[in-house]
Design a protein around this ligand. Structure first.
Ligand code: 5GP
Length: 191
């Protein structure tokens, strides 16, 4: 998505550890017009998949996920993150290691909002090592729901997440694919 690439080039900054900071339009301040277009794009890509719900993980996935839900006219669930390891019978849970924060969070989705006939589209802001998406897949597995694929705003293609998911037969659609963040420069796969 050209406009997204332009925004990344204009506002993205590179932090140590191959972390791309996009606080100007996605991770702190949110550009609603851009997110609206992101949602339309995912909706178009997955239009024929019979999606009944969009799932994401709080908090940075919420903006693109809500816009996707709006375009697909389906509800959006954001998995909640907990530090504590409390178990709750009314929740599906999975443990997710955070690449940027170097901590493990338990993510959970209430059984109340899961229908066994659901067909899920997973949305996230970034895909790096694939832990967040793996967590959602684990919950989908527990719940016995179908997964149509993952829509990712920014894929860091030099990290293994996308390839590992694709190797398992998961459809992954990324709107910007980053080849490298070396020498203080963002290089896209298409560059
Ligand atoms: P993964 O679980 O695929 O390893 O990492 C994805 C999650 O980590 C995303 O939900 C995102 O919040 C965070 N993340 C991973 N890499 C980056 C990055 O370069 N920049 C930002 N802002 N977040 C990242």
């Amino acid at each position: 998505m050209k406009e997204l690439q332009e925004k990344i080039k204009q506002y993205g900054t590179i932090l140590p550890g191959n972390v791309l900071k996009v606080d100007a339009f996605l991770n702190h301040q949110v550009d609603p017009e851009l997110m609206f277009k992101v949602g339309q794009e995912f909706a178009q890509l997955f239009a024929d998949e019979g999606i009944t719900k969009v799932w994401t993980v709080e908090s940075s996935g919420i903006a693109p996920a809500v816009m996707t839900g709006l375009a697909l006219e389906v509800p959006v669930i954001f998995a909640r993150k907990h530090k504590s390891l409390t178990l709750n019978q009314n929740m599906y849970t999975a443990d997710v290691y955070s690449y940027t924060k170097k901590t493990t969070n338990r993510i959970s989705i209430s059984k109340k909002y899961v229908d066994p006939n659901d067909r899920i589209l997973m949305i996230d802001d970034f895909l790096a090592n694939g832990q967040a998406v793996e967590g959602m897949l684990e919950i989908a597995d527990q719940a016995g729901v179908d997964v149509a694929g993952a829509g990712i705003v920014i894929e860091k293609s030099f990290q293994p997440g996308a390839q590992e998911l694709k190797a398992r037969g998961i459809r992954v659609e990324s709107l910007a694919r980053i080849k490298s963040l070396t020498d203080g420069k963002v290089t896209f796969m298409e560059d």
